[in-house]
Design a protein around this ligand. Structure first.
Ligand code: ADE
Length: 233
């Protein structure tokens, strides 16, 4: 899978993509990540990527041309254009869910556009992005952190990046939050591991984990039990 990120702050991605599972996935050839500077696709010596909004108002709006030019350039090498998805990160988009991450992980080429300032020219939303995605009901200073979240969630679903077992057992894959986990020592500062986990009785352990998953979901995310985890907002 090829993932391209288009941003005016490419340096922000170095740390995140240079560590841990994403780095290993890249080293193992499972994913290729490229971070592209949007300014490389702007014209004029000032490399301008924003301008004042038509109709007036505070702040600047990101211009359409650099985004269109960047995407057109990045798509040049696509052998199968249907397997390329262009995603714009924006607080106005549809909420990012595990289901959306699953769908995106099946693409061959993902192009993630990061917005900034007061927003991005509407023509990018309407005619360039195939999906507009928000990572939560809050506004960040730009699309870079949301893009990192999306790329992380998608990369770990690419076959071979994690073991199949860890994907099967995790939160949301069965519609419930994950059960509590413990490791050594059995007792730490008087805090002990539940006896059932030490019992060796796999059937009992399975039932205990199911019960804990239900209780935790009911307490922390009751809306999941009502709607199902993947339902769109
Ligand atoms: N840009 C700013 N806030 C955002 C959010 N919540 N999701 C996606 N992109 C954003």
């Amino acid at each position: 899978m090829l993932i391209d990120i288009v941003s005016i702050f490419p340096a922000m991605f170095r740390g995140v993509f240079g560590e841990s599972i994403i780095r290993r996935a890249e080293e193992n050839g499972l994913v290729r990540l490229r971070v592209i500077d949007l300014r490389d696709f702007s014209s004029g010596k000032h490399r301008k990527v924003d301008d004042a909004p038509f109709g007036g108002g505070a702040g600047m709006v990101m211009k359409p041309e650099p985004f269109f030019k960047a995407v057109s350039f990045l798509r040049q090498g696509d052998k199968n254009p249907d397997l390329c998805r262009v995603v714009l990160m924006s607080p106005r988009g549809k909420l990012f869910t595990q289901e959306r991450a699953d769908q995106l992980s099946k693409a061959e080429h993902l192009i993630v556009l990061c917005g900034h300032y007061e927003g991005v020219d509407e023509r990018v939303h309407q005619y360039l992005a195939q999906e507009v995605v928000s990572i939560g009901n809050y506004v960040l200073t730009g699309g870079e952190l949301p893009a990192m979240v999306l790329v992380d969630a998608v990369t770990r679903l690419i076959p071979g990046v994690l073991s199949d077992v860890s994907l099967e057992e995790e939160s949301f894959s069965d519609g419930l939050l994950e059960y509590p986990q413990y490791t050594r020592p059995r007792s730490y500062l008087g805090m002990t591991v539940p006896e059932v986990l030490l019992s060796g009785n796999h059937e009992l352990i399975k039932r205990w984990r199911q019960k804990e998953s239900w209780q935790r979901t009911l307490k922390n995310r009751p809306e999941i039990l009502k709607k199902g985890p993947y339902e769109e907002n």
